[in-house]
Write a protein that binds this ligand. Structure first.
Ligand SMILES: [Zn+2]
Length: 479
């Protein structure tokens, strides 16, 4: 921003911003539109944060307020992260939780998380969103379900606004402590009345309903084993009064299935139907342990799934039936999941993991012995589709996920001329960014604003974030 512009009154600055144009040309563009159009030498023309034109160089306007020659780069729609717990960046690779299954991992980490303060939520949000931005993500859903020592979802929302990525802020909750037969210690659960009041306050304060929203609020009781059925029902009622989405963990592990059968007398998906948690406004994280009938239930009710392949491998949870979901017409997006079970926030890496894990599943179900020519492996483009269009559909947004006129100018670009891609980029640039080792991106743009430019974060100071984050992580572990 020029000095002149920064001295203008706010309303004029806003008007300038609304009208500002940006032209990108000479790139390989993968639009992820309905025809999966790819343009070998082209770009985007952006006005006021929206895409006005996508096409080959000769179809683009000749000038703009800012022009970027992206020769040798690939441009892709911004990735949409459908599941995360930003605060867990503070407890990556904690030795006691490195080699545990979900329930043991949780019970090891709950007491550490219970020490978090508001400033820890703030710094961990900036760490996770910075990592995500550097991996091509432009919209991130986060699921925050612990609010110890005065921490609030507001801390996360304010931190995200500084970074500049779009945020689907999920107001999580836990109300079923150990004394009530739940998994979390009583010290990290809240009363249901307080949870619902705070949920309503957050929706009324922050939720933006229309296209181009930077902040949306989602109601997200943590999981069947940490809240009561009554809170699930009341949360759904409140969400539907305001038209916000619903999100929770579901069918992540086999022991969760057993917990639900014993405690509620239902399998997890049946239990969701029992408490009114099915519909196009609901998406579930993981959904690994489901049967064919339950896949059809998701399809019939238009529920979405956040597939988190790295986390499912890390915690030995299992393999989600993504191919069956897709065949049934279930919406599937990708999530890195919390950083204590990944332990990174690299969404392009998750695209690659989704493709590879799907192939592992093919392998163990007889792919090499099959003579069926219709049995196909997940392709790089399909995996990218999950990370873009799939994710946008799962979080209920049709203003993002592809590069088309009228959509938000959310995209990322990578310089293909690098050692990591040598050889591949001359054959197939789109597949190369998925098949080859994931890299840091060179540009990430949200609503026409640069979040990453020439490989560096624009809105926040990376070195300061690392320093503050390490201090906070050390303090939490010290107790
Ligand atoms: Zn999770």
């Amino acid at each position: 921003m020029s000095d002149n512009l920064s001295q203008l009154p706010d309303s004029s600055q806003e008007t300038q911003k609304r009208m500002r144009t940006l032209l990108l040309r000479n790139a390989y563009v993968a639009t992820m539109d309905g025809h999966q159009r790819e343009i070998p030498e082209g770009g985007l023309f952006i006005r006021g944060g929206l895409i006005e034109k996508v096409g080959p160089n000769h179809e683009l306007p000749p000038s703009a307020d800012e022009v970027l020659d992206l020769k040798g780069h690939i441009i892709l729609p911004g990735l949409v992260n459908t599941h995360h717990h930003f605060y867990q960046t503070l407890t990556r690779a904690v030795p006691a939780a490195q080699d545990a299954n979900l329930f043991n991992w949780l019970t090891t980490l709950y007491p550490i998380w219970a020490r978090m303060r508001p400033e820890d939520i703030f710094i961990s949000t900036q760490t996770a969103l910075s990592e995500l931005a550097l991996s091509g993500c432009t919209t991130a859903s986060d699921h925050l379900y612990l609010f110890p020592n005065g921490a609030r979802l507001d801390d996360e929302i304010h931190a995200a606004l500084e970074v500049g990525l779009r945020l689907q802020a999920s107001r999580g909750s836990m109300s079923l402590g150990q004394s009530q037969g739940g998994l979390p210690p009583d010290s990290v659960v809240d009363s249901e009345d307080a949870i619902l009041k705070d949920s309503q306050r957050l929706i009324e304060t922050y939720h933006q309903a229309g296209p181009g929203a930077m902040t949306q609020v989602v109601l997200a009781p943590c999981s069947p084993f940490s809240v009561t059925g009554e809170l699930m029902k009341q949360s759904a009622k409140l969400a539907r009064e305001y038209g916000v989405h619903l999100h929770t963990h579901l069918a992540e592990t086999e022991d969760e299935e057993q917990f639900c059968l014993q405690k509620f007398g239902h399998r997890p998906v049946d239990y969701m139907q029992e408490v009114g948690w099915v519909g196009g406004d609901v998406w579930f994280a993981h959904a690994v342990w489901v049967n064919e009938e339950e896949i059809q239930t998701f399809a019939r009710h238009e529920c979405g799934v956040a597939h988190c392949p790295t986390s499912n491998m890390r915690l030995a949870s299992g393999i989600a039936p993504v191919k069956a979901y897709r065949a049934a017409g279930v919406k599937v997006g990708l999530g890195v999941d919390g950083s204590a079970s990944n332990d990174g926030s690299h969404l392009l890496a998750e695209v690659r993991q989704a493709m590879l894990l799907s192939r592992v599943q093919e392998g163990i179900t007889g792919y090499s012995l099959s003579n069926d020519p219709n049995r196909k492996l997940m392709t790089a483009r399909e995996a990218l589709w999950l990370g873009t269009r799939g994710g946008a559909a799962v979080v209920g947004r049709n203003d993002i996920g592809s590069l088309e006129p009228g959509k938000c100018a959310d995209f990322f670009a990578i310089n293909l001329n690098r050692l990591d891609y040598a050889g591949g980029m001359v054959h197939d640039p789109v597949s190369t960014v998925v098949f080859c080792q994931p890299v840091r991106v060179d540009y990430t743009v949200v609503g026409g604003e640069f979040i990453v430019k020439e490989g560096r974060l624009v809105s926040v100071d990376e070195d300061k974030i690392i320093c503050k984050h390490n201090e906070a992580a050390k303090r939490l572990l010290a107790g």
